[in-house]
Design a binder for this molecule. Structure first.
Ligand SMILES: Nc1ncnc2c1ncn2[C@@H]1O[C@H](COP(=O)(O)OP(=O)(O)OP(=O)(O)O)[C@@H](O)[C@H]1O
Length: 247
C-alpha cells in the first residue's frame, strides 16, 4: 500500500467543479512535487487528503486507511501566512500543538509527546531556539517550526503547501536538504510549489495538475512540451519549455 493513494477524486466547491478524475500515489521514501498554475486545485487536493473538504466521488487512502479515519497519520505544513505568528507562544509550544490530534484536548501531554517534540526540533535543527517566542523568528525559522510541528505527529505522510515561498536561496536549500533527508529516512512527502526548476532538481516525481492530473512521472521523463503547455498554458516555443528540458 502506498502512503497516499488517491483514486477518481472529484471535488466541488461553492457548487463548481474544482477537481475531477484525480489519481495519485505517493510511496514511502518519495518526494512528489505537485505543480500547476494558480487555481489549478493544488491546495484543494491537499485539503481533500486531510479530509477537510467533502468529495463528490473517489477515494483517498492513507497507508490503506480511508483518510477521514487517518487524520493523525498526516502531517500538514500550511503556507506560512496562514499561521498566527503574533500569538505569545514559544517554538516548543507550537511544535507541541502538532500532537493535539493524538493527545486529545482534555489530556495533558505525556513523556512520549515531549519526546516527539524534542525529536522533531532536532530534525529541523531548532533545538537551541526552542524557548524563543515564535514572533521573533525569521521566515526560514518559522517554516522549520511548522515542519517540526507536522513531524511531531510522526506522520506516515507529510504534506507541504508552498514551503519555499518568500524564502531566500540559502534558506530554500537548507529546507530542501531537510526534505531530502526525511525522504532518505523513508518519509513520504507531497509538496506543492511554484518553483519548477527547484522541483525538477529535487523531486523524485512531479505531478502536473490543472483540475485533473495532466502528467505524472520522474522529472527527466516529462520531456513532452504538450503536457507543460496543457498544464500551464505556456505558448509554443516558450523559453521556459527549453529551461524545463521540454522543447
Ligand atoms: N471555499 C471555496 N469556495 C469556492 N471556490 C473555491 C474555494 N476555495 C477554492 N476555490 C476555487 O477552487 C479553485 C482551486 O483553488 P486552489 O486554492 O485549490 O488552487 P491552487 O492550485 O492551490 O492555487 P494557488 O497556486 O493560487 O495557491 C480556484 O478556482 C478557487 O477559486
Amino acid at each position: 500500500m502506498p502512503a497516499l493513494q488517491v483514486r477518481g477524486l472529484a471535488v466541488d466547491l461553492g457548487g463548481r467543479p474544482v477537481l475531477h478524475d484525480v489519481d495519485l500515489d505517493v510511496d514511502v521514501g518519495e518526494l512528489v512535487g505537485l505543480v500547476g498554475p494558480n487555481g489549478a486545485g493544488k491546495t484543494t487536493l491537499l485539503r481533500s487528503v486531510l479530509a477537510l473538504v467533502g468529495t463528490r466521488s473517489g477515494t483517498v487512502r492513507i497507508d490503506g486507511e480511508i483518510s477521514r479515519r487517518a487524520r493523525t497519520q498526516v502531517g500538514y505544513v500550511p503556507q506560512r501566512h496562514e499561521f498566527s505568528w503574533d500569538f505569545p507562544i514559544s517554538v516548543e509550544g507550537v511544535v507541541l500543538t502538532g500532537r493535539v490530534g493524538t493527545i486529545g484536548w482534555l489530556r495533558r501531554a505525556g513523556v512520549d509527546d515531549y519526546r516527539a517534540v524534542r525529536e522533531a526540533l532536532e530534525k529541523v535543527r531548532m533545538t537551541d531556539l526552542r524557548h524563543r517566542p515564535v514572533g521573533e523568528l525569521s521566515g526560514g525559522q518559522r517554516q522549520r517550526v511548522l515542519v517540526a510541528r507536522a513531524l511531531a505527529l510522526r506522520p506516515k505522510l507529510l504534506l507541504l503547501d508552498e514551503p519555499f515561498t518568500g524564502l531566500d536561496i540559502p534558506t530554500q536549500e537548507l529546507l530542501m536538504d531537510l526534505f531530502l533527508e526525511l525522504r532518505s529516512e523513508g518519509q513520504a512527502l507531497l509538496m506543492t510549489t511554484h518553483d519548477l526548476t527547484g522541483a525538477m532538481h529535487t523531486c523524485s516525481r512531479l505531478c502536473l495538475i490543472n483540475r485533473t492530473v495532466i502528467a505524472d512521472g520522474p522529472p527527466e521523463e516529462l520531456t513532452d512540451p504538450q503536457v507543460w503547455i496543457r498544464t500551464f498554458g505556456f505558448r509554443e516555443g516558450s523559453p521556459l519549455l527549453t529551461h524545463l528540458g521540454a522543447s
